[in-house]
Design a protein around this ligand. Structure first.
Ligand SMILES: *Cc1c(COP(=O)(O)O)cnc(C)c1O
Length: 251
């Protein structure tokens, strides 16, 4: 089997899982965006994905992502929305805004300021390469929420009770648009525990949206728990392993 066939087979299986879960939840699969997380996999895989109709990819390491996105041909890049989903140091903000369309991992005020300044300082060259004369002056951000309430130290995310203030801090920035919330399910939970965690995310997302109407995205669900995320109302899934296979490092 060629690499493309392998990816196609896996992608078809994941799309079927999404359809089945949406049907079970009484939702339309049009409400759910599949983001394929391409970390550790080469730019050639991204080209296959775009060929197979994928519109969104996720990356979690700045240096790797910058090199790979630059390798894509302009038509492939223009067909994609690129999400940055990894922990981000403030001094990398200017790199990330150059190749990403959305930063899903905003979890502290310093990063809000760094991203806003980075956007003020530059325009996105890929938007121009995509053939639009429109120059993007804003970048979409999601707040990453720590649903483990501090137990999963090191994975990033803000505690739930700090979400409203951080949301308002994003809302005040000229070059950022608050698009919603993101979370990774805490480790080691059974299905009911994961469902409860995603339920807490749903409540938070609703509270954020009341004050920030553009914050409609709820990014939750990975290879192992996408059905639970769909049942809890996720709008964006971030799936890596189930489509591209295993990576040298679990995250
Ligand atoms: C790697 C990663 C994913 C994808 O995880 P899989 O289990 O491979 O589907 C999703 N979200 C984030 C933040 C990631 O870093």
């Amino acid at each position: 089997m060629t690499r493309r066939q392998q990816i196609e087979t896996n992608l078809t299986a994941v799309r079927e899982r999404i359809e089945t879960a949406c049907t079970a939840a009484g939702r339309s699969s049009d409400e759910v965006t599949l983001i394929v997380v391409t970390k550790f996999h080469p730019a050639s895989d991204i080209a296959h994905l775009v060929d197979l109709g994928v519109t969104d990819i996720g990356e979690n390491r700045d240096q790797e992502a910058g090199v790979k996105i630059a390798e894509l041909d302009p038509a492939t890049r223009a067909a994609l929305t690129v999400h940055f989903v990894g922990q981000l140091q403030t001094n990398k903000a200017k790199n990330v805004v150059a190749y990403a369309d959305c930063v899903q991992s905003v979890d502290r005020p310093k990063l809000v300021g760094a991203l806003d300044r980075a956007m003020a300082d530059r325009q996105n060259p890929y938007q121009k390469a995509g053939g639009t004369s429109e120059t993007r002056t804003k970048i979409g951000v999601l707040l990453q929420v720590d649903l483990g309430e501090g137990e999963d130290a090191g994975r990033g995310g803000i505690l739930p009770d700090q979400v409203p203030d951080l949301a308002d801090a994003v809302g005040e920035r000229e070059h950022l648009t608050l698009r919603g919330v993101m979370a990774v399910a805490p480790f080691g939970l059974d299905e009911a525990g994961t469902a409860a965690a995603f339920g807490r995310l749903a409540d938070l997302a609703e509270a954020v949206r009341e004050r920030h109407p553009e914050a409609t995205i709820r990014s939750a669900g990975m290879s192992g728990d996408l059905e639970i995320a769909i049942a809890s109302g996720a709008t964006h899934l971030r799936v890596g392993t189930a489509i591209l296979g295993s990576r040298p490092d679990p995250r």
